[in-house]
Unconditional design. Structure first.
Length: 139
């Protein structure tokens, strides 16, 4: 299993929208950055992803699970880019702001900080555990 972070603008697609999508989930599409698209191609069924509200909020708000490996993105007329199907897993009790992540030296290496414009990025297991715990406790 691998771990990822997916960014979405909450006024376009929020964690609450994702939850309402139900068990079928939704295609994570519209990604047009090649590095992010390559990350989508690496995602596999069962991988877990943090759901990050970008622009408005700038915070991790929950998790989703990949329920279908990459496939051609139906929103791409040239059929060069891919999407994955993801399903809601949970909404965190406490959101984890970008500011809190930047302050934690154990996760300061993350692409979320180093490549702030990247919309789909890998998260190593140690960092996943740290961030996940942050979403469960208030500090």
């Amino acid at each position: 299993m691998q771990y990822w972070l997916l960014k979405s603008e909450p006024n376009v697609w929020s964690i609450d929208h994702q939850k309402k999508a139900g068990l079928k989930g939704v295609a994570w599409d519209g990604v047009r950055n090649y590095q992010a698209a390559n990350n989508l191609k690496k995602m596999k069924f069962g991988d877990l992803c943090f759901f990050y509200h970008s622009n408005i909020g700038k915070e991790i708000v929950g998790t989703v699970k990949v329920i279908k490996d990459s496939f051609i993105d139906k929103t791409d007329k040239k059929k060069r880019f891919v999407a994955v199907q993801v399903r809601f897993v949970e909404k965190f009790k406490y959101t984890i702001s970008l500011e809190k992540i930047k302050k934690n030296k154990d996760i300061s290496h993350l692409p979320l900080i180093k490549q702030s414009r990247l919309s789909v990025m890998p998260i190593d297991y140690k960092s996943w555990k740290i961030i996940y715990k942050m979403g469960k406790i208030n500090f």
